[in-house]
Design a binder for this molecule. Structure first.
Ligand code: URA
Length: 434
């Protein structure tokens, strides 16, 4: 078997076998298959697609490319949540503490920002002292004690995904249903949790732009998770506008804290409660998602979620005083206001545009290994449905590089569509697939 033959087969639209799939995954992971051949195969997959069975085979081969975490010494049903990536999505930092406060253990591996989307690990690093890389023993003992620990993806879990994803990111082959499903599910199945709640984003700020595509992706991932013996539930949620009012690392952690204090934006609060409700249900701490929702609401209103966040921060070496003193977060030296040109209503606010503006301000990476500015990002003063007057502030971009901020402000401004009529925002949750 040669890689040339495998590329040729997929280029011509034929079906790959198990041994061909394994040959590619193993060879690319150990470095014997070069990037240019892997890129050619990914592009052939992008255009020709993978069948249902081929997607299962690819997921399995990627899952087995590294270790499978053994979390059996954590008591209870371990539940994980995974988002396919969005703009302003700080839900892990809200949902994790709410679910843990309800007694369900959350042992989570999270990612860094990708493209114009943010990542929980980068956000956590804006908390002074917070460690995002822990030895397995410490990780397990924290989950047993606090019920919540979040770390970055280790090199041992699904290393094939790590390498393939990095290549997809720079070869325009990310937004393919089979490649996303196998990427997400290979690392989830290897990560050792017992149940998964997937947040499949759809809209211009997500990899799946239409509700139909996002539903198909959700159904495929639920099927792969279930076949792997894990309870898997997917929510298809709106990512055509940013979530909440803050986009950027420290900015989003502050918004997550505000949400746990009961003062968060409505969309972020509601999505967090819904995700938490399914996690609490999947963790057997509630008899139904509705009962899970009430438990999550109680954890929010009683302050138990906020206390759990403090415990989680302290457990991973961070300073829990940040929850009361936001001056402890990295501070941006400059800010630029984005102002409305005319009176009207915000009809659309493109999530992708705001994500790109945030990345330009310094909050994300424009090259693979670039350092990020943890203070940078976009604070939205207006969102979809809000009335605006000419000259009023729509958003503020902040960071430490004035030139980049001026460019970011232009990009953010182009993301706003101001029209004469008030439009009703599209729904927050389109479907739940279990
Ligand atoms: N998130 C992932 O982990 N993988 C993808 O392919 C897309 C989003």
């Amino acid at each position: 078997m040669t890689m040339y033959d495998i590329i040729l087969k997929k280029r011509d639209g034929r079906t790959l076998t198990q041994s061909e799939t394994e040959y590619f995954v193993k060879g690319f992971t150990d470095g014997s298959i070069p990037d240019y051949q892997a890129s050619a195969l990914l592009m052939a997959i992008f255009f020709r697609g993978l069948s249902h069975d081929e997607t299962f085979l690819l997921t399995d081969a990627m899952m087995r490319s590294g270790d499978t975490a053994d979390l059996s010494s954590i008591e209870g049903i371990k539940v994980d949540k995974h988002s396919t990536g969005g703009v302003g999505d700080k839900t892990t930092l809200i949902v994790g503490p709410l679910v843990a406060a309800c007694g369900v253990p959350v042992a989570k591996m999270s990612g860094r920002g990708l493209g114009f989307t943010g990542g929980t690990v980068d956000k956590m690093e804006s908390i002074p002292g917070m460690r995002t890389s822990l030895e397995t023993d410490e990780f397990i003992s924290l989950v047993n004690r606090v019920k919540l620990a979040v770390i970055g993806q280790t090199g041992h879990i699904a290393p094939a995904d790590k390498k393939i994803y990095a290549l997809r990111d720079v070869t325009a082959t990310v937004d393919n249903l089979s490649l996303i499903a196998s990427s997400v599910m290979s690392k989830k199945l290897a990560s050792g949790s017992d149940a998964f709640v997937l947040d499949v984003k759809c809209g211009d700020g997500a990899f799946m732009e239409t509700v139909e595509d996002a539903k198909a992706l959700a159904a495929l991932m639920v099927e792969i998770g279930t076949a792997g013996g894990k309870k898997t539930i997917a929510l298809v949620t709106n990512m055509s506008r940013p979530l909440g009012r803050g986009v950027g690392n420290g900015i989003e952690v502050i918004e997550a804290i505000e949400t746990l204090k009961g003062a968060g934006p409505k969309d972020i609060t509601e999505l967090s409660l819904r995700l938490a409700s399914y996690m609490i249900f999947a963790g057997d701490a509630a008899a139904s998602p509705e009962a899970g929702y009430r438990a999550a609401q109680d954890a929010l209103s009683s302050g138990a979620g906020l206390d759990k966040l403090r415990e989680f921060i302290a457990g991973q070496g961070g300073n829990p005083a940040v929850t009361d003193d936001y001056a402890l977060f990295p501070k941006a030296a400059f800010s630029v206001a984005v102002r409305a040109d005319a009176d009207g209503y915000v009809g659309d606010l493109a999530a992708r545009g705001i994500g790109i503006a945030s990345r330009r301000s310094g909050a994300g990476r424009e090259t693979k290994d670039e350092a990020i500015d943890l203070s940078a990002g976009v604070i939205l003063h207006k969102t979809v449905g809000d009335a605006v007057k000419a000259g009023e502030t729509l958003a503020v971009v902040c960071g430490n590089d004035e030139e980049r901020l001026n460019e970011a402000a232009e990009i953010a401004k182009a993301a706003f569509r101001i029209g004469p009529e008030k439009r009703r925002p599209a729904p927050l949750i389109y479907a739940v697939i279990a």
